[in-house]
Design a protein around this ligand. Structure first.
Ligand code: NAP
Length: 288
């Protein structure tokens, strides 16, 4: 029998996940279907439970339900618990819902395997303190950079994030601090950053966090978790200010999906062909 999977979100019609998982299934010979289900907050939990009651085997969860996904699970991986959010659900044979968060590992694999970057000993600026920032902070710390500085429009959320992850940072000998949002534009106090990660959703609104030339080290990489047919406002601004490389989050999207696929099917798909196909689709849509 064909196994059923789905992604839940709101809105969800632009999701690339059905394409990605169908491509993985075809590539690895797995018999499954994967659909997108639009569920507003009021019906999310009921919709997930109904999907599993009707035989669904697993699901991805995206904005705005990642925290609710963790809350409805019976058990969760340590990385989902650390993130306080889940993007992957697995319906186990004994009827329980198990939650995972594959966003962080997806980002690290994209940075290191696809783009050949090493994070060890580097200075990282993390912009944002929402669900995505929370999901990637633990694996970023575990990659042993020298320092991670968190800046967020709402300062209290950045403070809360660094407080929550302080014990982990101590364990990995990483200096974890915050920086006031307003100081991003006139920053000269500490050494510049090797990697600036935009984990805000500012690009969705066509805007960019405030940035200054002084933020960028000579070989600095700008990485926007968001992706699109053309460079995001953050990546454009970063390059204008001297970032050596500008990378969007399409690779992270494919890598986090591959990790979900692995959890569900115990098979690791090859991500590069799917990444290339998606990049070509985006380029074609930009040319139209
Ligand atoms: P979220 O929980 O809603 O958090 C949004 C974050 O963006 C908060 O830090 C918020 O700051 C900040 N923000 C929103 N609008 C802003 C603006 N105009 N200027 C400055 N900061 C702004 O969202 P999320 O789940 O963390 O997602 C963040 C981004 O990551 C989204 O673009 C999402 O698509 C992307 N993402 C990509 C992947 C991938 O696989 N590539 C995976 C996960 C997420 P405040 O706290 O001040 O509101």
């Amino acid at each position: 029998m064909t196994d059923r999977y789905a992604v839940f979100g709101h809105p969800i019609h632009h999701s690339k996940s059905p394409f990605i998982h169908s491509a993985f299934a075809q590539q690895t010979g797995q018999d499954l279907t994967y659909t997108a289900i639009d569920a507003p907050a009021e019906t999310f939990t009921t919709a997930v439970r109904a999907f599993f009651a009707e035989g669904g085997k697993g699901a991805n969860v995206t904005v705005p339900h990642k925290e609710a996904a963790l809350a409805l699970a019976d058990d969760a991986t340590p990385r989902a618990q650390e993130a306080g959010a889940a993007n992957t659900l697995l319906f186990t044979a004994d009827g329980a819902i198990y939650a995972d968060n594959t966003d962080g590992v997806g980002l690290i694999r994209d940075l290191t395997n696809r783009w050949g970057l090493s994070l060890e000993g580097k200075r990282i600026l993390l912009l944002g303190a929402g669900g995505a920032a929370k999901g990637i902070l633990a694996p970023l710390i575990a990659a042993r950079p020298r320092a991670i500085t968190v800046a967020n429009r709402t300062a209290a959320r950045a403070e809360a994030l660094t407080t929550a992850f302080a014990p982990l940072a101590v364990r990995f000998d990483v200096t974890l601090t915050t920086l006031p949002w307003a100081q991003l534009v006139h920053r000269e106090a500490t050494p510049p950053f090797d990697l600036v990660l935009n984990a805000t959703s500012a690009s969705l609104a066509g805007s960019t966090p405030p940035l200054s030339r002084a933020l960028w080290a000579p070989d600095a990489v700008a990485y926007d978790l968001m992706y699109g047919a053309s460079p995001t406002p953050f990546l454009i601004a970063a390059q204008q200010q001297g970032a050596a490389r500008a990378i969007d989050g399409l690779g992270m999207l494919v890598e986090q999906a591959a990790e979900s696929f692995w959890l569900w099917r115990s098979v690791r798909p090859e991500t590069e062909p799917v990444y290339r196909a998606l990049r070509a689709q985006l380029a074609a849509s930009a040319a139209r």
